[in-house]
Write a new protein. Structure first.
Length: 91
């Protein structure tokens, strides 16, 4: 496995571990020469899920894989009430 430079991953597409497109890498947040997190420009229907924000910072611990694309853990995403299965009241 080859170590990548940060400049090589800027612009890479980001997907959740369930295969949903999330956005693109904009920059890395560094602290003491270590990656603390990634700023991601969100795209698609994710914008409505995070309250209209255009970007989010995902802590590096939620990144599962870095390659041609990034895979992030779905736990890094905010939960929404629309993702909860609703039970009809008449049952």
């Amino acid at each position: 496995m080859r170590i990548k430079k940060i400049s090589e991953v800027i612009g890479n597409r980001v997907y959740t571990d369930s295969g949903d497109f999330f956005g693109e890498i904009e920059e890395a947040n560094l602290s003491d020469n270590k990656i603390e997190g990634w700023r991601i420009k969100v795209g698609g229907n994710v914008i409505s899920m995070i309250g209209g924000a255009r970007g989010v910072i995902i802590p590096h611990q939620f990144v599962k894989a870095v390659g041609d694309v990034f895979l992030i853990n779905r736990a890094a995403l905010p939960s929404t009430e629309s993702s909860i299965d609703e039970v009809p009241e008449d049952l």
